[in-house]
Write a protein that binds this ligand. Structure first.
Ligand SMILES: CN(C)c1ccc(C(=O)NC[C@H]2N[C@H](CO)[C@@H](O)[C@@H]2O)cc1
Length: 474
């Protein structure tokens, strides 16, 4: 088994190196996402937040272990403005065609906790390894309900590394039957899309729900890469978009590429999707980032930094190429690590800096207590809190052209071009260390600071084309 695993690793590394080299030979990508998610005032949103929460994968009710005081604490400590909130298909639709609105009401209650604090909520239909029914104990996979899990008696052998369950015959068959790429032509994809239609109808009028992340880290089973992304995955997304747009014309729709390869920096070949809504498309490219050198046990320190920097560079360029091809915003739905490992906080800083300059939103994986999260097992604040507590422009009154935060110098620089009809102020979150509103250089503008929310509002003249705002400590 060890030889097989080594072969797998070497094959993956080889694919990655080839993919990276190929990436380097392609046209230079843009330096910033071509579009941004916008709010009702037309401002460009820069979303910063957490995934809440992995615990939802295993709770009987499919809800994250969370109370309102933890939402309050997250805002007070880190000033975040988005949450990627995990849903489970198993609890949305516990029986075929029977939707659990009691569960959705509990989700809505939690959405309100965030909305009361100025957050946007992205609903993530989460899965890992298809669903709980892939093993008798139900403690390996999550997402799909048992009734939608058709393994046809194929085995799922015990694996000491969870990722290897994806290669087990029973898991592959479950995915193939979902995608309709196996022998059994099932209607599971349609049921999944109908479930999204129900969720979207339930939240269509909830202004706190920004949109819908259609499937977490899709896996094609026996169909992989371009054949998967351009085949069954594209078909699922098109069907879900249709169901959602029948009931919600305004929710943003977050589409993830396949996880394998793209999480590490290889290019996605997802096709361009049509959004039938009136007005501008509201489709967001929503990849995850987990550099392979770190997935293989490397740390972001010493000699370990260079290979991570290289693959993260490929990831950024390939993601921006898709964003350019789609003319879409980018939301990094997951990045994270054991932040207590050597270089862990430097890695988080690096990714947050890249997302700033590329105009990408992000949700850190995850809010769950433990070494990956901002709080420890006893709720104690960990160094990651300060790393995530960054100044950032939550909402920008135009098209951003520069977003840069120097965490050492404590200086935030924002530049943007005015957009007709956008007159609401640019809103900037400032950590405590900036003092009461910081020192603002913004030319002819007016500023106000709310010491409770720590939001600096900068009103600029919409008749002036270009604007620059630099904030330093008071
Ligand atoms: C083989 N396949 C399909 C695979 C392998 C590895 C990951 C992964 O590490 N994902 C990163 C994190 N994302 C999930 C939650 O979305 C976490 O459980 C993982 O740590 C995904 C898929």
């Amino acid at each position: 088994m060890r030889r097989a695993r080594l072969a797998t690793v070497l094959a993956v590394v080889g694919i990655l190196l080839f993919g990276g080299a190929a990436s380097a030979l392609r046209d230079a990508p843009p330096t910033m996402a071509p579009r941004f998610i916008t709010d009702d005032e037309g401002r460009a949103l820069l979303l910063r937040g957490l995934n809440t929460a992995s615990s939802a994968k295993s709770t009987p009710d499919g809800l994250p272990i969370l109370d309102e005081s933890e939402v309050e604490r997250e805002y007070r400590d880190m000033g975040t403005n988005v949450v990627r909130f995990l849903l489970q298909w198993r609890t949305v639709e516990p029986e075929p065609g029977a939707y659990d609105d009691t569960y959705l009401a509990k989700v809505a209650e939690r959405v309100e906790w965030y909305g009361d604090r100025g957050y946007h909520v992205i609903l993530d239909m989460h899965q890992d390894l298809y669903g709980g029914a892939i093993t008798p104990e139900g403690n390996v996979g999550n997402g799909a309900p048992d009734w939608a899990t058709e393994m046809e008696g194929l085995p799922v052998g015990k694996q000491d590394q969870w990722e290897f369950y994806y290669l087990e015959p029973g898991v592959i068959r479950a995915f193939d039957n979902f995608w309709g790429t196996g022998d059994a032509a099932t209607d599971l994809m349609r049921r999944y899309a109908d479930a999204w239609g129900h969720v979207a109808e339930y939240f269509a009028d909830d202004d706190t729900v920004l949109g819908y992340d259609l499937m977490n880290e899709p896996w094609g089973g026996s169909v992989q890469a371009t054949a998967f992304e351009n085949g069954p995955l594209a078909a699922l997304y098109e069907t879900c978009i249709d169901r959602i747009r029948r009931v919600d014309e305004n929710g943003w729709i977050f589409l993830e590429p396949q996880a394998v390869g793209v999480n590490w920096g290889l290019p996605s070949s997802l096709p361009v999707f049509d959004d039938p809504r009136p007005g501008e498309d509201r489709i967001v490219f929503a990849p995850h980032l987990y550099p392979l050198p770190m997935d293989l046990g490397g740390h972001y320190d010493g000699d370990g930094k260079a290979p991570v920097d290289t693959t993260v560079g490929w990831w950024r360029d390939n993601v921006l190429r898709v964003a350019q091809r789609w003319n879409a915003p980018v939301f990094l739905g997951e990045f994270g690590l054991d932040a207590t490992q050597p270089g862990g906080l430097d890695f988080v800083d690096k990714i947050a800096d890249i997302a700033d300059t590329a105009g990408m939103g992000w949700a850190y994986w995850s809010s769950d207590p433990g070494p990956w999260g901002p709080y420890g097992g006893n709720g104690e604040r960990q160094p990651l809190v300060s790393t995530l507590d960054r100044a950032y422009p939550r909402a920008i009154a135009g098209t951003p052209t520069l977003i840069e935060y120097d965490a050492d110098a404590l200086r935030l620089s924002v530049a943007f071009t005015s957009v007709d009809g956008v007159t609401a102020p640019t809103e900037i979150y400032l950590p405590d260390v900036f003092g009461n509103g910081g020192t603002v250089d913004c030319g002819a503008c007016t500023v106000s600071f709310d010491p409770d929310t720590r939001i600096l509002s900068v009103t600029t003249d919409p008749t002036v084309g270009e604007h620059s705002i630099v904030v330093t400590t008071r």
